[in-house]
Design a protein around this ligand. Sequence first.
Ligand SMILES: Nc1ncnc2c1ncn2[C@@H]1O[C@H](COP(=O)(O)OP(=O)(O)O)[C@@H](O)[C@H]1O
Ligand SMILES: [Mg+2]
Length: 205
Amino acid sequence: MSIKVYAFYNNKGGVGKTTLCSNASILYAEQNPEKQILVIDMCPQANISQFLLGGGKAGYDNNQKLQSAYSRRNVVGFVDWILKGNADFKLLPKNSTYKVRASLYNEYIPENLYLIAGDSFLESLSLALNYAVINPANISAWKDYMTAIKRLCESEKVSASLGIALHQLPHQGKTFIMPDEKEITLTKNTYEEAVENVEDLVSKL
Ligand SMILES: Nc1ncnc2c1ncn2[C@@H]1O[C@H](COP(=O)(O)OP(=O)(O)O)[C@@H](O)[C@H]1O
Ligand SMILES: [Mg+2]
């Protein structure tokens, strides 16, 4: 089985990462019902998760529920698990609950689209990781962390909405998709043009 990995990334906010990643992953899932799509939300604002989990207040509430579940049913639960000594995992444990099927929360999302939801705590966790990797005693912390994220991508996934820190990212996505603010500020996209842009992108995935 071939797995394609895409990182939607730009260090700047408000350039269209969330919008493009959600539109592209949903359209890709619709056009490829035999494939499984996984969106990994690595943005602490978790907007794409809120959207995929129902949008508006319902989406916000659903994401909060995943965040407050005992083992955090999201990307922070996963990172927490690897930091507990599971960095060399080959597959997620069978009973792991980090991944959710978006259509159970949002009737408009195709059934083959899954989500590892974002979590505001990711911000603090990335600070903690930064401290861990600059501590000379932790000689393998950075390698373990990067290896684990890479394995998660390779074992599970197709697309990601990313946003922690620049130096953490180049290893994740095999292909980078970097929305550019010029698209938003300079081009007065009509709705049809915006749809065409997403269709054009998806046809190249
Ligand atoms: N192609 C586009 N043309 C015009 N407006 C857009 C486009 N893509 C996104 N937007 C709008 O720009 C704002 C920021 O987009 P968003 O996807 O949240 O950016 P980011 O995730 O990079 O912070 C939102 O209000 C969104 O609706
Ligand atoms: Mg965003």
